[in-house]
Design a binder for this molecule. Sequence first.
Ligand SMILES: [Fe+2]
Length: 316
Amino acid sequence: MAKAGSVSVEEELIKANKLHLEAKSVMAGVLNDVKFGKPLETEAFDDLADGMIDSVIRNHNALACIGRIRKKDNYLMEHSINLSVLMGIFAKAMKIDRDTMHQAMVGALLHDIGKIMIPDNILHKPGKLDDNEFARMKQHVVFSRELLKKTPGIHPLTVDVAAQHHERIDGSGYPEGLTGCQICQEGKMVAITDVYDAITADRCYHKGLQPTVALKKLLEWSGTHLEEKLVHTFIRSMGIYPVGSLVMMESGRLAVVIEASEKDQTRPIVKAMYHSRLNQYISAETIDLSKAASQDAIKSSVDPDKWKIKVSDFLH
Ligand SMILES: [Fe+2]
Protein backbone atom coordinates (compact mmCIF):
# COMPACT_ATOMS: atom_id res chain seq x y z
CA MET A 1 0.00 0.00 0.00
CA ALA A 2 1.24 3.54 -0.81
CA LYS A 3 2.52 5.42 2.19
CA ALA A 4 2.39 9.16 2.86
CA GLY A 5 5.08 8.86 5.52
CA SER A 6 7.16 6.13 7.07
CA VAL A 7 4.14 4.05 8.16
CA SER A 8 0.74 3.09 6.71
CA VAL A 9 -2.40 4.99 7.75
CA GLU A 10 -3.82 1.87 9.46
CA GLU A 11 -0.71 1.51 11.59
CA GLU A 12 -0.59 5.21 12.47
CA LEU A 13 -4.29 5.31 13.36
CA ILE A 14 -3.63 3.27 16.50
CA LYS A 15 -1.14 5.86 17.80
CA ALA A 16 -3.16 8.80 16.46
CA ASN A 17 -6.31 7.65 18.29
CA LYS A 18 -4.40 7.57 21.59
CA LEU A 19 -2.90 10.97 20.83
CA HIS A 20 -6.31 12.41 20.07
CA LEU A 21 -7.66 11.17 23.41
CA GLU A 22 -4.65 12.70 25.14
CA ALA A 23 -5.24 15.96 23.25
CA LYS A 24 -8.84 16.07 24.48
CA SER A 25 -7.77 15.59 28.08
CA VAL A 26 -5.00 18.23 27.81
CA MET A 27 -7.41 20.70 26.20
CA ALA A 28 -10.09 20.01 28.82
CA GLY A 29 -7.48 20.84 31.48
CA VAL A 30 -6.41 24.02 29.67
CA LEU A 31 -9.99 25.25 29.22
CA ASN A 32 -10.73 24.50 32.86
CA ASP A 33 -7.62 26.35 34.07
CA VAL A 34 -8.58 29.41 32.01
CA LYS A 35 -12.13 29.28 33.33
CA PHE A 36 -10.92 29.37 36.92
CA GLY A 37 -8.19 31.93 36.29
CA LYS A 38 -5.33 29.49 36.88
CA PRO A 39 -2.05 29.99 35.01
CA LEU A 40 -1.49 27.78 31.98
CA GLU A 41 0.91 24.85 32.30
CA THR A 42 3.02 24.83 29.15
CA GLU A 43 4.50 21.38 29.69
CA ALA A 44 1.34 19.42 28.88
CA PHE A 45 0.67 21.07 25.52
CA ASP A 46 4.36 21.14 24.62
CA ASP A 47 4.44 17.35 25.01
CA LEU A 48 1.19 17.04 23.10
CA ALA A 49 2.48 19.17 20.20
CA ASP A 50 5.63 17.01 20.06
CA GLY A 51 3.53 13.85 19.83
CA MET A 52 1.35 15.37 17.11
CA ILE A 53 4.37 16.48 15.07
CA ASP A 54 5.78 12.94 15.18
CA SER A 55 2.43 11.53 14.04
CA VAL A 56 2.09 14.10 11.23
CA ILE A 57 5.62 13.29 10.05
CA ARG A 58 5.02 9.51 10.15
CA ASN A 59 1.68 9.70 8.33
CA HIS A 60 -0.48 12.82 8.58
CA ASN A 61 -3.56 11.07 7.16
CA ALA A 62 -4.23 9.33 10.49
CA LEU A 63 -4.78 12.49 12.54
CA ALA A 64 -6.54 14.07 9.54
CA CYS A 65 -8.98 11.10 9.52
CA ILE A 66 -9.72 11.47 13.21
CA GLY A 67 -10.23 15.20 12.73
CA ARG A 68 -13.10 14.45 10.33
CA ILE A 69 -14.97 12.58 13.07
CA ARG A 70 -16.64 15.43 14.88
CA LYS A 71 -19.29 15.77 17.52
CA LYS A 72 -21.41 18.89 17.50
CA ASP A 73 -21.34 19.38 21.27
CA ASN A 74 -17.72 20.19 21.87
CA TYR A 75 -16.78 22.52 19.08
CA LEU A 76 -14.15 24.61 20.85
CA MET A 77 -12.12 21.63 21.97
CA GLU A 78 -12.33 19.67 18.73
CA HIS A 79 -11.73 22.73 16.57
CA SER A 80 -8.62 23.65 18.58
CA ILE A 81 -7.14 20.16 18.29
CA ASN A 82 -8.02 19.90 14.62
CA LEU A 83 -6.58 23.30 13.84
CA SER A 84 -3.31 22.25 15.39
CA VAL A 85 -3.26 19.09 13.25
CA LEU A 86 -4.06 21.09 10.10
CA MET A 87 -1.26 23.54 10.95
CA GLY A 88 1.11 20.59 11.34
CA ILE A 89 0.14 19.17 7.94
CA PHE A 90 0.43 22.62 6.35
CA ALA A 91 3.81 23.30 8.00
CA LYS A 92 5.09 19.90 6.81
CA ALA A 93 4.10 20.80 3.23
CA MET A 94 5.85 24.17 3.64
CA LYS A 95 8.98 22.35 4.86
CA ILE A 96 8.98 24.53 7.98
CA ASP A 97 11.55 23.54 10.62
CA ARG A 98 10.41 21.50 13.63
CA ASP A 99 10.75 24.27 16.24
CA THR A 100 8.64 26.71 14.21
CA MET A 101 6.14 23.94 13.49
CA HIS A 102 5.90 23.29 17.23
CA GLN A 103 5.36 26.96 18.12
CA ALA A 104 2.72 27.34 15.39
CA MET A 105 0.90 24.17 16.46
CA VAL A 106 0.76 25.28 20.10
CA GLY A 107 -0.56 28.66 18.89
CA ALA A 108 -3.27 26.83 16.93
CA LEU A 109 -4.13 24.68 19.93
CA LEU A 110 -4.62 27.76 22.11
CA HIS A 111 -5.84 30.31 19.54
CA ASP A 112 -9.44 30.43 20.80
CA ILE A 113 -8.95 30.02 24.56
CA GLY A 114 -10.13 33.62 24.97
CA LYS A 115 -13.61 32.35 24.03
CA ILE A 116 -13.90 31.07 27.59
CA MET A 117 -14.34 34.71 28.60
CA ILE A 118 -17.14 35.38 26.12
CA PRO A 119 -20.67 34.98 27.56
CA ASP A 120 -22.38 31.73 26.52
CA ASN A 121 -25.43 33.51 25.08
CA ILE A 122 -23.12 35.17 22.51
CA LEU A 123 -20.76 32.23 22.01
CA HIS A 124 -23.55 29.74 21.36
CA LYS A 125 -26.12 32.02 19.74
CA PRO A 126 -27.66 29.99 16.91
CA GLY A 127 -28.47 33.00 14.71
CA LYS A 128 -26.45 35.91 13.39
CA LEU A 129 -24.80 38.13 16.00
CA ASP A 130 -25.89 41.79 16.13
CA ASP A 131 -23.23 44.52 15.98
CA ASN A 132 -22.76 44.73 19.74
CA GLU A 133 -22.57 40.98 20.15
CA PHE A 134 -20.09 40.68 17.28
CA ALA A 135 -17.90 43.39 18.83
CA ARG A 136 -17.83 41.36 22.05
CA MET A 137 -17.18 38.13 20.20
CA LYS A 138 -14.18 39.70 18.46
CA GLN A 139 -12.62 40.31 21.87
CA HIS A 140 -11.85 36.61 22.21
CA VAL A 141 -8.69 37.15 20.15
CA VAL A 142 -7.46 39.89 22.50
CA PHE A 143 -8.22 37.68 25.50
CA SER A 144 -6.30 34.77 23.92
CA ARG A 145 -3.35 37.04 23.10
CA GLU A 146 -3.13 38.62 26.55
CA LEU A 147 -3.46 35.29 28.32
CA LEU A 148 -0.68 33.74 26.28
CA LYS A 149 1.56 36.79 26.61
CA LYS A 150 1.59 36.49 30.37
CA THR A 151 2.20 32.73 30.33
CA PRO A 152 5.86 31.99 31.13
CA GLY A 153 7.66 29.85 28.55
CA ILE A 154 5.36 30.72 25.64
CA HIS A 155 7.23 31.54 22.42
CA PRO A 156 6.39 34.91 20.78
CA LEU A 157 5.40 33.09 17.55
CA THR A 158 2.81 31.09 19.50
CA VAL A 159 1.33 34.38 20.73
CA ASP A 160 1.34 35.81 17.17
CA VAL A 161 -0.40 32.76 15.70
CA ALA A 162 -3.20 33.08 18.26
CA ALA A 163 -3.32 36.88 17.94
CA GLN A 164 -3.50 36.86 14.14
CA HIS A 165 -5.91 34.01 13.35
CA HIS A 166 -8.71 36.44 12.38
CA GLU A 167 -6.50 38.97 10.56
CA ARG A 168 -6.94 39.12 6.77
CA ILE A 169 -4.32 40.29 4.25
CA ASP A 170 -6.60 43.05 2.87
CA GLY A 171 -6.95 44.55 6.37
CA SER A 172 -10.58 43.44 6.78
CA GLY A 173 -9.78 41.16 9.74
CA TYR A 174 -9.55 41.79 13.48
CA PRO A 175 -8.59 42.78 16.12
CA GLU A 176 -5.85 45.01 14.63
CA GLY A 177 -6.89 45.15 10.96
CA LEU A 178 -3.33 44.18 9.97
CA THR A 179 -2.50 43.91 6.27
CA GLY A 180 -0.18 41.74 4.12
CA CYS A 181 3.37 41.99 5.44
CA GLN A 182 2.22 43.03 8.94
CA ILE A 183 0.93 39.48 9.40
CA CYS A 184 3.57 36.78 9.92
CA GLN A 185 3.64 33.73 7.62
CA GLU A 186 2.27 31.43 10.31
CA GLY A 187 -0.45 34.00 11.07
CA LYS A 188 -1.54 33.84 7.42
CA MET A 189 -1.40 30.06 7.56
CA VAL A 190 -3.57 29.82 10.67
CA ALA A 191 -6.16 32.12 9.04
CA ILE A 192 -6.46 29.62 6.17
CA THR A 193 -6.68 26.53 8.39
CA ASP A 194 -9.12 28.23 10.78
CA VAL A 195 -11.51 29.11 7.95
CA TYR A 196 -11.18 25.63 6.43
CA ASP A 197 -11.89 23.84 9.70
CA ALA A 198 -14.77 26.15 10.63
CA ILE A 199 -16.60 25.78 7.30
CA THR A 200 -16.18 21.99 7.15
CA ALA A 201 -17.57 21.48 10.69
CA ASP A 202 -21.21 20.70 11.37
CA ARG A 203 -22.64 23.19 13.86
CA CYS A 204 -26.08 23.31 15.41
CA TYR A 205 -27.01 26.13 13.02
CA HIS A 206 -25.29 25.09 9.80
CA LYS A 207 -24.16 21.97 8.01
CA GLY A 208 -20.45 21.74 7.32
CA LEU A 209 -19.26 21.94 3.72
CA GLN A 210 -17.68 18.94 2.05
CA PRO A 211 -13.86 19.17 2.09
CA THR A 212 -13.65 19.56 -1.71
CA VAL A 213 -16.26 22.36 -1.66
CA ALA A 214 -14.45 24.06 1.23
CA LEU A 215 -11.16 24.06 -0.69
CA LYS A 216 -12.92 25.83 -3.59
CA LYS A 217 -14.20 28.45 -1.12
CA LEU A 218 -10.64 29.07 0.05
CA LEU A 219 -9.67 29.75 -3.56
CA GLU A 220 -12.52 32.29 -3.83
CA TRP A 221 -11.20 34.16 -0.80
CA SER A 222 -7.56 33.97 -1.82
CA GLY A 223 -5.94 37.19 -2.95
CA THR A 224 -8.34 39.26 -0.85
CA HIS A 225 -8.70 37.71 2.60
CA LEU A 226 -6.17 34.90 2.34
CA GLU A 227 -2.76 34.78 0.72
CA GLU A 228 -3.05 33.05 -2.64
CA LYS A 229 0.28 31.24 -2.69
CA LEU A 230 -0.31 29.83 0.77
CA VAL A 231 -3.86 28.74 -0.13
CA HIS A 232 -2.43 26.79 -3.08
CA THR A 233 0.12 25.07 -0.85
CA PHE A 234 -2.57 24.25 1.71
CA ILE A 235 -4.80 22.72 -0.98
CA ARG A 236 -1.85 20.65 -2.22
CA SER A 237 -1.24 19.45 1.34
CA MET A 238 -4.88 18.40 1.72
CA GLY A 239 -5.11 16.79 -1.73
CA ILE A 240 -7.80 17.39 -4.38
CA TYR A 241 -9.88 14.81 -2.53
CA PRO A 242 -9.06 15.43 1.14
CA VAL A 243 -9.29 12.62 3.69
CA GLY A 244 -12.96 12.16 4.59
CA SER A 245 -14.32 13.07 1.13
CA LEU A 246 -17.01 10.81 -0.34
CA VAL A 247 -16.34 9.96 -3.99
CA MET A 248 -18.23 8.26 -6.83
CA MET A 249 -16.10 5.67 -8.62
CA GLU A 250 -16.25 4.67 -12.31
CA SER A 251 -17.59 1.28 -11.15
CA GLY A 252 -20.61 2.94 -9.50
CA ARG A 253 -19.26 2.25 -6.03
CA LEU A 254 -19.14 5.02 -3.45
CA ALA A 255 -15.96 5.30 -1.41
CA VAL A 256 -14.48 7.38 1.38
CA VAL A 257 -10.99 8.83 0.90
CA ILE A 258 -8.83 7.54 3.73
CA GLU A 259 -5.34 8.50 2.55
CA ALA A 260 -4.18 11.12 0.08
CA SER A 261 -1.56 10.02 -2.41
CA GLU A 262 1.40 12.35 -2.59
CA LYS A 263 2.41 11.05 -6.02
CA ASP A 264 -0.94 11.43 -7.77
CA GLN A 265 -3.63 13.50 -6.07
CA THR A 266 -6.35 12.03 -8.30
CA ARG A 267 -5.58 8.50 -7.07
CA PRO A 268 -5.81 8.37 -3.26
CA ILE A 269 -6.44 5.29 -1.12
CA VAL A 270 -10.18 4.85 -0.62
CA LYS A 271 -12.58 2.58 1.21
CA ALA A 272 -15.44 1.48 -1.08
CA MET A 273 -18.53 0.56 0.92
CA TYR A 274 -21.72 1.35 -1.03
CA HIS A 275 -23.00 0.57 -4.52
CA SER A 276 -24.94 3.40 -6.11
CA ARG A 277 -26.66 1.17 -8.69
CA LEU A 278 -27.64 -1.50 -6.17
CA ASN A 279 -28.50 1.24 -3.67
CA GLN A 280 -27.01 -0.74 -0.84
CA TYR A 281 -23.95 -1.14 1.33
CA ILE A 282 -21.33 -3.62 0.17
CA SER A 283 -18.58 -5.19 2.24
CA ALA A 284 -15.95 -2.49 2.70
CA GLU A 285 -12.86 -2.78 0.52
CA THR A 286 -9.74 -0.64 0.83
CA ILE A 287 -8.36 0.22 -2.61
CA ASP A 288 -5.10 1.95 -3.48
CA LEU A 289 -6.12 3.74 -6.69
CA SER A 290 -2.50 4.49 -7.54
CA LYS A 291 -1.98 0.77 -8.24
CA ALA A 292 -2.76 -0.37 -11.78
CA ALA A 293 -4.41 -3.50 -10.34
CA SER A 294 -7.14 -1.40 -8.69
CA GLN A 295 -8.98 -1.09 -12.05
CA ASP A 296 -11.21 1.68 -10.75
CA ALA A 297 -10.97 5.46 -10.64
CA ILE A 298 -12.68 8.46 -9.10
CA LYS A 299 -15.41 10.05 -11.22
CA SER A 300 -16.35 12.92 -8.90
CA SER A 301 -16.79 13.90 -5.28
CA VAL A 302 -20.36 13.57 -3.98
CA ASP A 303 -22.46 14.85 -1.11
CA PRO A 304 -22.82 12.15 1.60
CA ASP A 305 -26.21 13.57 2.62
CA LYS A 306 -27.61 12.75 -0.80
CA TRP A 307 -26.85 9.11 -0.12
CA LYS A 308 -27.57 9.32 3.62
CA ILE A 309 -24.05 8.12 4.36
CA LYS A 310 -22.23 9.03 7.55
CA VAL A 311 -18.66 9.23 6.32
CA SER A 312 -17.14 9.26 9.82
CA ASP A 313 -18.38 5.68 10.36
CA PHE A 314 -15.88 4.53 7.74
CA LEU A 315 -12.82 6.43 8.91
CA HIS A 316 -11.80 4.20 11.81
FE1 LIG B 1 -11.32 32.62 16.71
